[in-house]
Design a protein around this ligand. Structure first.
Ligand SMILES: [Zn+2]
Length: 180
């Protein structure tokens, strides 16, 4: 995690993010910037479904798509909607430390048994379900995944600003991931 750049003052924010919705978002969340009033979304946030995260930002400020590992590959229509209809020009893609999608394969047994016990699934179906979907959501490393997903989104939506960020569940702060 030594590649992360903290935001503890406004000057820490990367120049390319300053005075953009991404910079504002970092100020709201990390620096307690006073909330402005919004009538229209400024930002699309892609983040993990994990329960340990709470974002600080004003009402109406952002669309949020939550998916395992902040993996937006299977939410593309929603991304397109936020851009085309919602009018957002920036995406903040937020990975987080201690993500359950890292080394997902290690939780195969737990996943299958959980579906059987908690949801009433049959063993075969639960196993098939895991085998079918785990490879789509498995992540090797949070930071690397966010960077590769950022590249993919930039090439898919060339006029949109995409900012790779990491949320540390240890301190509930957002960090910038350099790496272009
Ligand atoms: Zn996660």
């Amino acid at each position: 995690m030594d590649r992360l750049i903290p935001v503890t003052t406004k000057e820490d924010i990367f120049t390319e993010y300053r005075d953009t919705p991404v910079g504002l978002f970092l100020e709201y969340h990390n620096l307690d910037r006073e909330y402005e009033t919004y009538t229209q979304a400024q930002l699309l946030i892609g983040m993990c479904m994990d329960n340990r995260k709470h974002l600080h930002m004003p009402d109406n400020f952002a669309y949020i798509i939550r998916a395992g590992g902040a993996n937006l590959r299977h939410s593309e229509f929603k991304v397109s909607y936020a851009i085309a209809v919602g009018g957002v020009k920036s995406i903040a893609l937020i990975g987080h430390t201690n993500c359950g999608m890292v080394n997902l394969i290690a939780r195969k047994e737990l996943f299958i048994n959980g579906l059987i016990e908690n949801a009433g699934w049959e063993q075969d179906r639960a196993e098939q379900h895991f085998n079918q979907f785990a490879p789509m959501f498995e992540i090797e490393n949070e930071v690397d995944f966010i960077l590769s997903e950022t590249q993919r989104l930039r090439s898919r939506y060339p006029k949109i600003q995409v900012a790779p960020l990491l949320y540390k569940v240890e301190d509930n702060r957002l960090y910038q991931i350099p790496g272009d």
